[in-house]
Design a protein around this ligand. Sequence first.
Ligand code: RP5
Length: 167
Amino acid sequence: MPDTSENDARPLVGLIMGSTSDWETMQHAAEHLERLEVPFEKRVVSAHRTPDLLFEYCGTAAERGLEILIAGAGGAAHLPGMAAAKTHLPVLGVPVRSEALSGMDSLLSIAQMPAGVPVGTLAIGRAGAVNAALFAASILALTRPDLRARLVAFRTAQTARVLASEL
Ligand code: RP5
């Protein structure tokens, strides 16, 4: 069983994306993982251009100690679904906004998984990337009180900001 101690910095989340061009969106996930002090690793893994790497990375993710994968991709966005096909870990999919179809292609490619191989699909673009990080933190916080406290503080500060906002 994976060690759930909070004082070790080994990556718990694998943040993967289909291309360096996805980083503009996926950096928002990285930023929020960092803010919540969730250890993660990040890597470009393409379902189409590096399929062998996808198999190796996702097939060994659990044994390497990762507990969640966040996968972002755009267009024919097969990375999250194929990641889910290769691991039993929770996979959170972020549809990257595409130029041709504004991310609707990415969204549908990620959301329409067949029964039996789930991907938790987030919103298109930045909101999805941010929420993937927060969702991952929520899952990890179930067994990590320190992380739970940081997550609750984040939410409380967010609420306070909105209540204090002026137009
Ligand atoms: C997908 O194709 C990637 O996830 C990216 O969103 C899209 C375009 O990739 P590039 O041509 O910019 O590398 O596989």
